[in-house]
Design a protein around this ligand. Structure first.
Ligand code: AMP
Ligand code: MN
Ligand code: MN
Length: 324
């Protein structure tokens, strides 16, 4: 699979690199690392993500080069889609991007739909950045400090700072190599975890205050409304990671965070649009739950989008607790 990808990329003059909406560290790290690598190979690469790059990740090289529209689709000979379990995860331009003759799908979600013409899906990779690292080595790309910094950031964030169950020996082996070429772990950690705005901490306060626990204590639920974001002056990106507080509670098997979309519900009582994040302690497969609701993810971290009344959505979630 890697050989096919390498041949295809090396024979392309121009490629589109894309990742998922509301990008996390792995999405951004893999996108930027691929972009930087393409430059060393003198392949013209356009970097695309529909959502803005969160402020926390703007310290990464080339983060300012990411475009929010994939212009002039005809010029691309191939597209590389990173960290997306389904093609639709890239957002509204999926039908447009689909027209690119070769779609290279690089991902680590076991729910991946193999939507590409070439699919490199490594479900035991801790992050898409791990797969990109291996691919770049195979391609003969020198992993320089800027590339290493992007890859390290993706691995750091997708493993929850080396704490989640996807953390394994190769995680540390790769990170050792990345540190060898100049990544400073403390410096990356300072950028990613040490630059929170006061608004974000105020939003965390509201998130913690919204905590509800199912009767049997197995499900914890946080709710963030659009109004809470407006009140605190925060963005969707500021919600990232807050679900971990709900997961840490003793005896909780599944933590849930319901987040209302901006303008998701115009009037009280109307159905709203919500993103639901799921995390498990490892004893429950939340990807399966997410799949049931039309989403996807990993065994311990998954998500889906839904249109519903908030009270009905909460009820549905708490009913799940009874069968856990
Ligand atoms: P999140 O809760 O948004 O941080 O996402 C956790 C995991 O679930 C990630 O691996 C995502 O790729 C996946 N995921 C989140 N939302 C969706 C969705 N709407 N459809 C498919 N997968 C999703
Ligand atoms: Mn991701
Ligand atoms: Mn990932």
């Amino acid at each position: 699979m890697m050989d096919q990808i390498i041949t295809r990329l090396k024979n392309s003059r121009s490629v589109l690199l894309a990742t998922h909406v509301n990008p996390d560290g792995d999405a951004i790290g893999s996108l930027l690392a691929m972009g930087l690598a393409m430059e060393t190979l003198r392949i013209d690469a356009k970097l695309f993500c529909q959502s803005p790059i969160p402020a926390l990740y703007r310290f990464l090289p080339w983060s300012h080069r990411v475009c929010r529209l994939p212009d002039d689709i005809k010029k691309y000979e191939a597209a590389v889609i990173l960290d997306c379990g389904e093609f639709e995860r890239i957002g509204d331009s999926v039908e447009y991007v689909q027209q690119i003759p070769v779609i290279i799908n690089i991902d680590h979600h076991f729910t991946n739909t193999h939507f590409g013409s070439i699919n490199l899906i490594v479900t035991d990779a801790c992050a898409t950045c791990e797969i990109v690292y291996q691919l770049l080595l195979e391609m003969g790309v020198t992993i320089n400090q800027p590339i290493a910094r992007c890859l390290y950031t993706g691995i750091l964030t997708d493993t929850g700072s080396f704490r989640f169950s996807n953390t394994n020996r190769s995680t540390f082996e790769i990170c050792e190599e990345l540190v060898k070429v100049g990544v400073n772990p403390h410096d990356v950690a300072k950028h990613v975890y040490g630059q929170y705005s006061l608004s974000r901490i105020k939003l965390l306060n509201l998130a913690l205050d919204s905590l509800e626990i199912s009767k049997n204590g197995k499900i914890s639920l946080m709710t963030l409304t659009d109004q809470m974001l407006q009140e605190t002056g925060t963005q969707n990106e500021d919600v990232d990671g807050m679900i971990n507080y709900a997961r840490r509670i003793k005896n909780v098997k599944v933590a849930v965070l319901i987040q209302e979309y901006r303008n998701g519900r115009r009037r009280t009582g109307e159905r709203g649009r919500y993103h639901v994040s799921l995390r498990s302690d490892g004893s429950v497969d939340v990807a399966n739950i997410a799949l049931f609701f039309g989403g996807g993810g990993h065994v311990t971290a998954a998500g889906f989008c839904t249109e519903s009344h908030l009270s009905h959505l909460k009820e549905t979630i708490f009913k799940l607790a009874e069968v856990l």
